[in-house]
Design a protein around this ligand. Sequence first.
Ligand SMILES: [Zn+2]
Ligand SMILES: [Zn+2]
Length: 305
Amino acid sequence: MIYGAHIGIADGLAESVRELKAIGGDALQIFSKSPQMWAGPPIALEAAVRFRDAVRDEGVRATAVHHGYLINLASPKRATLTRSRRAFLDEIRRAELLEVDGLIFHPGAHLGAGVDQGLATIAESLRGALEAVPEGRVRLLLENAAGQGTALCATPEELQRVLAGVAAPGRLGVTLDTCHLFAQGFDLRTDEGYGGLIDRLASTIGIETVRAFHLNDAKADLGSHLDRHENIGKGEIGDAGFRRLVNDPRWALTPGYLETPLDDGGYARYAEDLNRLRSLEAASAPPPKTDSRRRRARATSATVK
Ligand SMILES: [Zn+2]
Ligand SMILES: [Zn+2]
């Protein structure tokens, strides 16, 4: 796993890169604008270039933009759907300008129109978006839901139905949020639960379609359908759940972004969470010596900073 976190851009896009490196992260997720607004001010080309340079110079290994929360690509209301599609296109263009690897988004909620119609509407939204940006290089990554309310794509099967409806595997992928998986009922703490998830993924979207993780522990119980993030090892998933994930060679090159709770100490809690994940990795499956030394050194320097 390539560890990283969601970093705010209040101090500037390029500064988010330095803040990520300061906590020992190698994978950066950002919002490209305020997530509570439909539109943001345009990104100045100079700011985008400074960001791209910082990503390259600091050796960040994976990057993603997370879209804004107002967008619902499954909305049965025509006006909201039109607005959502326009805003999503803007998100894609901003992500393209920043040259990130992926745009992570919530597929949508059907709001009572039913699962079939909701999934079909998402697929139609995505087909339109891809057609509008034919040369797009940013991969659009559907994030699994926690199964709250009418939110769609809490299961690999629903994710697969959207992917199949768009039929553009080169431009799409999936981000799995561990808290959402757990809330949906995937018990990452047991061999049976974790193995069951891997089997479900393999028989639906395919393992290779999983392009990123959101690494969040869960405040609520297994199958609660509640989306409540907790710091790593402090929630119901616990060390036992994350140990399987971080030692699974399938994800060795997959970015995992923290979206865990922060406090007054800024990103210090992220540094603790990253250290905890790395310690789980080392504890259960020791990597080659050179690797583990570098990892430890990096983790230590993050704690000091
Ligand atoms: Zn999300
Ligand atoms: Zn969540």
